[in-house]
Design a binder for this molecule. Structure first.
Ligand code: FAD
Length: 477
């Protein structure tokens, strides 16, 4: 192993190869996942500064038979970016690859490196007069490489699609340490298999993404946010239909939040002043991005809410008066996961269902869970515009699990997961909408994924990484 570490130090410089040899070096930031579900032990954390160095690291590790765990911001939620506890894996951190290579304003693209922090890319685009629409609560820490590797979703998918839909080209280091120069800014290229889309969403198991060419959009003239109380999930789905009809491509966000989820924000972050949460079982947050003017955006949203109130699919609503107020409303939505953590550990699900089936799925699964674990609390919220729910299950407030969420997780997690995932399957949904598979859901995949699809995935992994150098055990068990 010393030979491997020495070769890596020769390649990258000693400062960029961190190991446990030096007892004062703390590697926890790279070894511990964001949700603190797993704390592994790395042989080394390496921090290359450019694509050639990434390729050299991969070649060196492959030659030594050492596996690599690619890592960006380490904000992933499915334990995919941290090493196992064997002490034999090398964590390949991409954060030093953070250059903006080219902004091509006529082509509406920017070519940037994989370690760029998402928020800094949004700011870079804005300074150039454009919108980079990928947006998620982890944007201050997650990297574009991680976003691509997980095909991240977020709050603007209803209009702009997942990260996949924003990407036109990739630069990738293969499992053999070769570099695929695929940074085309082409919107049309039918010259064979779509390698770009193979690497996107592969969670570091097929290649290491080092740079990407991403789409830019014109900045909207106005963004108007409204918060509406709805009497049921059926009404929320009906409101979504009306919003598509009235706002067209202007509809850039459509989030649903259950009453219990909002009550947690109200309890733990009183200063955020959650509107309307105690008057309805669900609230909806919707955003209209308009290319004309604020007045036009407001008139459209007011007309939409008027019709929705007439039809009874909205019972009350507030429209943000300023961008500041809009940010406050979005902040409430983004605070739900934190409020939930304040309340205690819970069993998380990131699922998708066809939008039309969301009400039936929730009615059925809510009832099943209540029957199995009386008093169980559901923190249900998510990107309803994409049929994506964060359907999280919190221990009952009273009874054996009161004050002991750890015991709830230990004793009930498997049972609850099976119950929820089986219901997802009955409604033709997916057990991972946007967070990926990682280690956390790898064992579940054979049960819920089409057998032929899974077989093809294994063939692809074998063809691209026969030595299993890249992120072994992730995605495919
Ligand atoms: C508060 C919070 C909110 C979140 N909200 C959302 C949300 O709304 N939507 C959503 O989709 N996700 C969300 N996430 C999950 C997470 O932020 C995303 O999955 C994000 O895309 C991960 O980026 P990262 O740079 O942190 O990747 P990491 O966590 O470092 O890695 C994630 C996976 O990608 C691989 N990987 C990382 N970089 C590369 C690379 N350059 N090449 C190849 N493989 C690589 C890793 O091996 C790992 O398998 C949220 C997370 C948090 C903590």
């Amino acid at each position: 192993m010393n030979t491997l570490i020495n070769t890596l130090r020769d390649t990258l410089g000693a400062a960029h190869v961190l190991t446990h040899e030096d007892p004062t070096t703390d590697l926890s930031a790279w070894e511990q996942d964001w949700r603190k579900r797993s704390h592994g032990r790395a042989l080394a954390v390496v921090r290359p500064g450019n694509t050639a160095e990434v390729a050299a690291v991969v070649r060196t590790c492959a030659a030594a038979g050492t596996s690599i765990v690619p890592q960006g911001g380490n904000t992933g939620l499915v334990v995919g970016s941290v090493p196992d506890d064997s002490g034999t894996q090398v964590v390949l951190s991409l954060t030093r690859l953070n250059a903006v290579r080219v902004i091509d304003t006529a082509n509406l693209t920017m070519t940037v490196e994989a370690g760029c922090i998402l928020q800094s890319l949004q700011e870079t685009a804005e300074k150039a007069g454009f919108l980079f629409p990928l947006s998620l609560a982890a944007e201050g820490s997650c990297t574009l490489g991680g976003n691509l590797a997980t095909n991240a979703g977020g709050t603007q998918v209803v209009r702009y699609g997942n990260t996949r839909d924003l990407c036109l080209g990739l630069e990738v280091v293969t499992a053999q340490g070769e570099v695929w120069h695929g940074l085309s800014g082409l919107r049309k290229d039918n010259t064979g298999y779509d390698l770009r889309n193979l690497f996107i969403g592969s969670e570091g198991t097929l290649g290491v993404i080092t740079a990407a060419t991403m789409k830019l959009y014109p900045l909207p003239a106005a963004q108007l946010t409204a918060w509406a109380a709805v009497p049921s999930l059926e009404a929320a789905v009906a409101l979504l239909g009306l919003a598509h009809q009235h706002l067209g491509a202007g509809l850039t966000g459509f989030e649903v939040m259950g009453q219990f989820a909002l009550s947690l924000v109200d309890r733990h972050f009183k200063q955020l002043r959650v509107p309307l949460w105690d008057t309805a079982p669900y609230c909806v947050l919707l955003e209209n991005s308009d290319s004309e003017s604020e007045a036009h955006a407001r008139a459209q949203v007011e007309r939409l809410l008027e019709v929705a109130l007439e039809q009874g699919v909205v019972t009350d609503a507030v429209v943000a008066e300023s961008l500041g107020q809009a940010h406050q409303l979005w902040h409430i939505r983004e605070s739900i996961p934190l409020a939930q953590s304040e309340e205690g550990l819970n069993i998380k699900h990131d699922i998708s269902i066809p939008v039309s089936s969301v009400p039936a799925f929730c009615a059925e699964t809510d009832a099943l869970l209540q029957r199995e674990i009386p008093g169980v609390r559901l923190v249900n919220f998510g990107h309803l515009g994409d049929g994506n729910l964060h359907y999280n299950v919190q221990a009952p407030a009273t009874g054996v699990y009161a004050g002991d969420p750890q015991a709830f997780l230990l004793e009930q997690e498997d049972r609850v997961n099976t119950l929820v995932f089986d219901a997802v399957a009955r409604h033709h949904g997916s057990i991972s909408a946007e967070h990926g598979v990682g280690s956390l859901k790898a064992a579940k995949l054979p049960h819920y994924k089409d057998a032929v699809a899974l077989g093809l995935m294994r063939v692809i992994k074998q063809a691209l990484d026969p030595q299993k150098t890249l992120n072994p055990g992730r995605v495919l068990p």
